[in-house]
Every structure is written in C-alpha cells, then in structure tokens.
Design a protein around this ligand. Structure first.
Ligand SMILES: O=C(O)CCC(=O)C(=O)O
Ligand SMILES: [Fe+2]
Ligand SMILES: [Zn+2]
Length: 681
C-alpha cells in the first residue's frame, strides 16, 4: 500500500570494486555477480517505473537507488556517506521516492563513489539495513525525474476489500429501472449511472443540495466507510454515492469534479474489473493510472482540484506487462507494454457534499473562486496592473509547460537580427518565454528574463541564463546592453502609458548606439491583401504557425457576459492610444468597458481583448462524448484567457517616437505583427 517502492530486498554484500568501464580481466565472485545483477536491476527499475535513463559511462551524477526519502533514508544519513568519496555539488532527494540523485564536483569523485558505494549497506531512519546501488546519469535534475510520478495527492490502495465484499456490493446494485423508489439512475451514452443521497447533474456538474434523494447510502456502504475511516484510509465520511458501470468500450470524459459541489477527498472503489484512468494536468501532462479490481482510488489536493480524470472509451487498455506492477502509473517504456482486454467495471464513487464555497489554491479552475465579473477595461493604473496579474502573469504561470511545448520555431526575421549582431554583444531578451531565442547565436552573450517563474525554469533547464523580473523594472544596469529584444511582450500591458514605460525600460538598458527589436501583435491580420498565418487554415505549415496552433481549435467561447456597467468616458487610456495613431483604427473597443473574448483564427474586432488558451488533449484518442466542461464546451481542459492590446498600423512607431534619445531604424509588418528596430542615440 502507498506508493513507496523498495527497490530490492536487503542483502549482505561487501562493497566491491566495480569499474564502470567494466572489467573482463578477472573473474567475478559469486557475491560480486549477485551485486552486479542487483545493480543492473536497479537500472531497469529506474527506467521502467520512473523513466530515468542511466548511462554506462562515467559522468558527474549518480542515481542512488534505495537511498531515498521514500526508503526512510534521510539527507543527514546519506550525505556524509556520499561526501566520503568527494565534494558533493548537489544532492537531490525527491519526496516519497526510493532513490536520490547526487552530483559530484568532478567525474573522478563520482567514479570513486560508484566504485566504493555500490552494494554498501547503510542504516535507515528506522534502524533497518538498506543497500545502495548506484548508476551514472547524464544530469542531476529533479524536474525530469518527477515526470513519471503520480499526480500529487493521489493514492491507489490495493485490495481494500475482500472478494466476498466485492461480490456483495456488486449484487446490491439493482439496475432495473422500473420501481418507484429507485435511486436516480440514468443510462448515459457511454455508461450506466446511479446516484444515492444527492443526484449529480451532469448538465451543470453540480448537486442540488436542497433536494436529497429518498433513502441514504446503502447499509453495506455505511459499514465499509466506517472501517476505512477507522483504518485511516480516508479522512472524512462521504455522504453521497455515484455508481458508474462501464462495459468494455465505455468511458467517462476527462473532468474535474466541481469544486463547489464536493469537499476535497473524493474516493472511488473499483469492482468487477480493472481499468486505466487518465489524469491530466492543465499543462498537458497525462498520467495513465491503473486501478486494479478491489482497489480504492483516493483523490485529494492537487489531483482532486487541478488535474482532470477520465476513462477513455475503448475495449483494451495499454498496461505494464511486468508482473508485480498492479496499481499506479503506466509508463511509456515500450518494452514493457501489453494490451489488456477490459471487462465490466463498476465503480462506487463516494464524495462529501460541500456546504461552503471552495477556497482551494487553484482559483483558475475553481468555480467558487471564478471572478464574477469578466475582465474589464482598466480605468486606472491599479486596475491595469490587476488585469495583467490575472490575465497575463497568472495565466502564463499556469500554462507554462504547455505554452512552451508550442513554442519551438524561431521567427526568421528575429533570427536574422540576432545573427547580424557583432560577436561578443551583450543582448537581453525581455520577456524571453521558454528561451527560444537565447541560443540562436552562440557568438552573443544573451540573457533572458520573464515574469513567469515556470518559464524561467524551463530556460534554465535548457542551460540558458534567465531570471524572473517585471519588464517595467529590469534589474540590469542602464546602458549596459548592446541590444535588446522584446518579442510579443508589450501587447500584454494594459494601458498606453504602461506600454510606453515598457519601451522606455528597453531603451534604458541600451548603450548609445545599441539596438532594440520589438514585436507586437497587429490588429491587422490581413495586410496588403494577404492574410496572416494566424488567419490561414494551413495546420501543417512551418514557421510561426506553431505559435498559434494551440489556439486554433477554439471556436466561439460561451462566456457569461455581464450587463455593461462601464463608463465609456472613463477609458482615458484608450484616448491616449488614439493620440498615437496614424489612423486606420478606431476606438470601437471603448464602447463597452468589458473586454471581449476573441474567437481564435478570426480578425480582431477590438484592440483590447481576451484571447483564449485552450488546453488541447490528445484528439484522436480522447474524444469527448458528453458535455462535461463548465461551459458546455467539448474540451474538458480549462480555458485560460490572456489579455492583449493588439496594435494598429503606426501605433508602435508612434509610441516609440514619444521616447527620448532614439531613432527608428526600421518599421515593418511581419506575419501579423508590427515590428520596430530602434537605436539609442
Ligand atoms: O468511475 C470512476 O472511478 C470515476 C467516476 C467519476 O469520476 C465521477 O463520477 O465523477
Ligand atoms: Fe469524477
Ligand atoms: Zn476550488
């Protein structure tokens, strides 16, 4: 039970010398052979269960199997052992994992550790003996190691009930639909459902708290729940039950159980047959989890509130072939996968109906915390900042990994600019995102910054220099940069003053003669009779296409529009935008103070708007069959909205012209963007 894996049973083995380059010049003793076998087994287990690839040549970093927090080995115990072999640069100990990762200052030191610590016995926190097995890895990196973990807060408890209880529970379900006193039962397109105590309405994903159904929980459940509570498997007693029955080929669309309807802990008992349930993070990561027959799935915290869960309608599941792997994640180890024919699965999902609004830490997916008012046009600097925080900063933080996965092709004109800079130039990328321009020209010293910590983390994982900061206050000394780039950043500032301030900040960084390249999204998506790639349908073209492919699937969004409470005259920032204009755009956007939601792949109708970011699942595989999302949309992933101010022709140039000490070297249109190259004089 629990998800801690003990890699190997303990065995008494001496610390023998094993050279990583391998030793065929002498015969291994029986004990040495056994140790070698165990060490190789550790490599396989790391790969299969954790997706960690070890390497057969010496590097600075080692994975220490069995030396992990999940094995009750504390840092205090492990570090001194490791330090006997050399200077430890870093020791990563991921939570609940039966391994850790150590990086030495030099390869010599890590080789020494490999040679002397393999098979070494240490004593864990509970006084038990643990044997360490070490293997080299390319890099010590916790983020990468974490990819194959169960969603935080998720547990699968195997064999929670006996086969007799399982039989009894299955027999207690009366699926006949005729009697009056039947609990609310429906045959949905892709499964049968029955509710107890409160009906769950799939139309609005909520329960009617004032209208409990006649009869309570089935008696047999009452006693089982009491037992689980006593044994500590669950923290509170549920008061609602949904029974789902899935024939092979049935499924349930990916969804998050409505926050406002139920408390934190949601549990589901699997009966009759095992099944694979998919958990998805809004960033796009999917974790398939095997739910064995007679196991209890416990979803709490992040796994309950932020991740969606669902069962793909299909007749076979891809499962781990290796014996002994019952519950838990299905890894993508192609050598260990097989097909498993589904049987009829009946699940008992118990939940506790919530009486007070949810105050979880995931406001972006929490219906209790959703803003009553959609974003409106800012009427003060304070409101502008709030708008940027809610509709730019927070959103990028949440979507960072998914966003990054759609940002890989650098735009040619920007590459050209960077390649033309003299070698040795110091260049700052202000709003660097995932760092896709930071490695374009190795002759430059490039440094990136972004407001999103998660995006900066991605840059650092790629070995780029990046830090978190606000583009209005960049902690770089004035006049120190030979060049700056600002790609798709300035359009996220919500007032003309703030956009100018962001431009001013770029200029401040430049030395006299230094150049800045600025890109902003254009209001005109059709220019000189040519539609931008954003408007064009071609989904396979290269270049900037990938930048918008994610948004492209989104059609009109059904977003509640509030009555217009805005005061048109007060949108003073917009009039100042219009002061900059050379013409062409009008101030339509001021007519209504609430921000319109843009329909992706269509022309813009307003300069200030919200652009949806839609988490897209795996389309072929994961067809949704019932409306499940909060807005009745087909996609279960949350939709995030990013604020944009799209620039009219001449507007960026006009904004630049308000700055002192600059000259505009070039101004052009590039695939739906207005672009300026300016120089500090
Ligand atoms: O079948 C299951 O285990 C889960 C059912 C479920 O997620 C639900 O009814 O909300
Ligand atoms: Fe659910
Ligand atoms: Zn919530």
């Amino acid at each position: 039970m629990g998800n801690v894996v003990q890699f190997f049973s303990n065995m008494a083995a001496p610390g023998i010398v094993m050279d990583s380059n391998h030793q065929s010049n002498y015969k291994l003793s029986k004990t040495e052979k056994k140790l070698l076998r165990k060490q190789i087994k550790a490599r396989h287990t790391l790969l299969r269960h954790e997706g960690i690839e070890t390497v057969s040549y010496a590097t600075q970093s080692l994975i220490v199997a069995n030396g992990g927090l999940g094995n009750q080995v504390s840092r205090n115990q492990l570090l001194p052992v490791l330090e006997k072999c050399g200077l430890v640069d870093a020791l990563l100990m991921p939570p609940n994992k039966p391994y850790s990762c150590v990086r030495y200052k030099t390869v010599e030191e890590s080789k020494k550790a490999y040679d002397t610590l393999n098979g070494k016995e240490i004593v864990d926190d509970l006084g038990q003996k643990i044997i360490l097995y070490l293997n080299f890895v390319e890099k010590a990196q916790w983020k990468e190691l974490g990819l194959q973990a169960l969603p935080p807060g998720l547990k699968v408890i195997e064999e929670i009930i006996s086969s007799e209880d399982e039989k009894m529970l299955l027999e207690s379900v009366n699926w006949t639909e005729d009697t009056e006193n039947q609990n609310f039962q429906k045959s949905l397109k892709h499964r049968r459902v029955k509710h107890f105590v409160y009906e769950f309405h799939y139309e609005n994903n909520n329960v009617d708290k004032d209208k409990p159904l006649p009869g309570g929980l089935p008696d047999i459940c009452e006693s089982i729940l009491e037992k689980w509570l006593k044994e500590g498997f669950i923290k509170h007693k549920p008061n609602q039950l949904t029974i789902n029955q899935y024939e092979p080929g049935h499924g349930i669309p990916a969804h998050i159980d409505t926050h406002s309807a139920f408390e934190d802990e949601i549990i589901s008992l699997s009966l009759g047959s095992e099944i694979v349930m998919d958990f998805k993070h809004p960033d796009g990561m999917t974790v398939p989890v095997m739910l064995p027959c007679r196991s209890l799935l416990v979803m709490t915290g992040e796994s309950r509130y932020l991740w969606t869960h669902g069962i793909t309608p299909r007749k076979f599941d891809t499962v781990q072939a290796s014996k002994g792997h019952k519950s838990g994640i299905i890894t993508s180890d192609v050598e260990d996968l097989t097909l498993n024919k589904r049987g009829i699965r009946t699940s008992f999902t118990f939940r506790k109906v919530r009486q007070t609004p949810c105050n979880c830490s995931y406001p972006l997916v929490c219906d209790s915390q959703m803003k009553e008012t959609p974003a409106s046009f800012p009427e003060s600097d304070k409101e502008a900042l709030q708008l940027e925080q809610d509709y730019v900063h927070r959103v990028y933080e949440e979507i960072a990994r998914h966003f990054s996965s759609t940002r890989h092709t650098p735009w040619p004109h920007i590459v050209e600019f960077l390649k033309a800079l003299p070698s040795g130039s110091l260049v700052a990328d202000i709003g660097c995102g995932n760092g896709k321009y930071l490695g374009i020209n190795n002759e430059l010293y490039m440094i990136g910054c972004d407001h999103s910590q998660n995006l900066v983390d991605i840059c650092r994982e790629r070995q780029y220099q990046a830090f978190v900061c606000d583009a209005l206050a960049v902690p770089i000394r004035s006049g120190s940069c030979d060049a700056c780039i600002s790609i798709a950043v300035i359009h996220h500032f919500a007032t003309a003053e703030r956009r100018v301030a962001a431009l001013q900040e770029l200029v401040r960084l430049l030395r006299p003669g230094g150049k800045a390249l600025i890109y902003v999204w254009a209001m005109e998506q059709e220019y000189k009779k040519k539609k931008s790639k954003y408007l064009r349908e071609n989904r396979t073209s290269q270049g900037m296409k990938e930048e918008i492919s994610n948004d492209a699937s989104v059609q009109e969004l059904l977003v509640k529009q509030l009555p217009n409470v805005g005061n048109q005259d007060s949108a003073h920032s917009v009039s100042s935008i219009n002061d900059f204009q050379d013409g062409g755009c009008n101030s339509k956007n001021v007519a209504n103070s609430k921000l319109p939601i843009h329909t992706n792949r269509t022309s813009f109708h307003s300069q200030d708007l919200l652009v949806p970011w839609h988490f897209k699942g795996n389309p072929g595989k994961d067809k949704r069959v019932e409306p499940f999302g909060p807005l009745g949309s087909r996609d279960p992933g949350p939709v995030f909205h990013r604020y944009y101010h799209v620039f009219c022709e001449g507007e960026l140039e006009a904004a630049c012209r308000t700055l002192n000490n600059i000259s505009i070297l070039q101004s052009y249109y590039d695939q739906g963007n207005w672009c300026v190259i300016l120089q500090k004089v």
